[in-house]
Design a protein around this ligand. Structure first.
Ligand code: NDP
Ligand code: 7N6
Length: 310
């Protein structure tokens, strides 16, 4: 088996211009084609690189590569029963998301988000004496210790923070002083100044953080979410912020995206909202190029695929 024709779906334009990936893959033996969102053109391909999911993919191609790490948008049971192979893009977001999360913590502690907002109004407004703090010596709990979690933990450790984490496999992780299991979540988060969510959205992690967890957190702690909106009970989060059960949040992902214009999260104190951009980088297409060419080679050599989900 080998890939003769590889399609690039137009939905990748949410993250980079499809033409960039097309050009990067030009030296492959396979023909690479920009297929728009055209079922007939997709059906002419053996493999498809995509961001979005369409029902027509199921009868059209045998191998789908998603340019995201998260694959919660794909119907895994249907893929399994129809024999469709799905590969994902985990492994590439440690630097980008790690830097974004370091930025959230630095901004919240050093008050940079407030000064940036004040600057819009040409307002010289020094902070209250007890508002700014340093993150050195503060604690961070990283929930989910995969590519994202490790990228975050490594940077937090380098910034002098005390890092703990949560995962199902109780194996040590570099830079993480203590690893808790999911049933110890409350113990893990109750002492932390920052809690960051970096787990996949699954049946086990949907609404992982709700009212109980927000109440377990310290009232001067911050919740950071770079995972998926569904990992947090969003109304419970809004409520926790409004009743000062936590100090604030930095959120890249939401129950519904884009975040609706009337959400109270937009102008809540000490809440940073970013537009699902924690992983964005101009080099994104290069990482996808590497992942895709690796798997095209493996399919040609009849080897097990890298990052295979189904
Ligand atoms: P990985 O598969 O590398 O890591 C996932 C981690 O979560 C693993 O450490 C896993 O460890 C842990 N985990 C899984 N289930 C649970 C659970 N129930 N409780 C606690 N820990 C759990 O994925 P990535 O780090 O690449 O990506 C993680 C998610 O982040 C993606 O699925 C995606 O939704 C989101 N993401 C968001 C981005 C953004 O732009 N904001 C960018 C990239 C990813 P173990 O198996 O030991 O439990
Ligand atoms: C692309 C976001 C993922 O799951 O949601 C992220 O990989 C990707 C900028």
């Amino acid at each position: 088996d080998s890939i003769q024709r590889l399609g690039v779906h137009e939905s990748v334009s949410a993250v980079f211009p499809p033409e960039r990936l097309d050009a990067a893959l030009a030296d492959l033996d396979a023909e690479v084609e920009l297929v728009g969102d055209d079922p007939d053109r997709v059906a002419d391909c053996d493999g498809l690189v995509t961001f979005a999911y369409r029902d027509y993919f199921v009868d059209a191609v045998e191998w789908i590569h998603t340019i995201q790490a998260g694959y919660d948008r794909f119907p895994l049971e249907t893929f399994e029963s129809e024999g469709i192979v799905l590969t994902n893009s985990t492994g590439i977001h440690d630097d980008s998301v790690g830097e974004t999360v370091a930025g959230y913590m630095l901004s919240l502690a050093r008050r940079l988000h407030t000064y940036a907002a004040n600057q819009q109004a040409r307002e010289w407004d020094r902070p209250d004496w007890d508002e700014p703090f340093t993150i050195a010596g503060e604690s961070l709990c990283v929930v989910g210790l995969g590519t994202l979690g490790r990228g975050i933990a490594e940077r937090a450790d380098a910034l002098g923070m005390e890092v703990t984490g949560v995962r199902r496999t109780p194996e040590p992780v570099p830079g993480v002083e203590e690893v808790y299991s999911p049933d110890e979540l409350h113990d893990a988060i109750e002492e932390a100044k920052f809690v960051v969510l970096a787990v996949p959205l699954t049946d086990d992690t949907r609404n992982l953080v709700g009212r109980d967890e927000l109440d377990a957190m310290a009232d001067d702690a911050y919740l950071l979410n770079v995972a998926r909106g569904g990992v947090v009970d969003q109304p419970a989060l809004v409520d926790a912020i409004e009743r000062d059960a936590i100090a604030g949040a930095a959120l890249d992902v939401f129950e519904n995206e884009p975040l609706s214009e009337d959400s109270p999260l937009w102008d809540a104190d000490d809440v940073i909202v970013t537009p699902h951009a924690a992983a964005a980088t101009r080099d994104y297409f290069r990482s996808i190029d590497e992942l895709v060419r690796e798997n095209v080679a493996r399919i040609g050599a009849d080897e097990e695929l890298h990052n295979r989900v189904i």
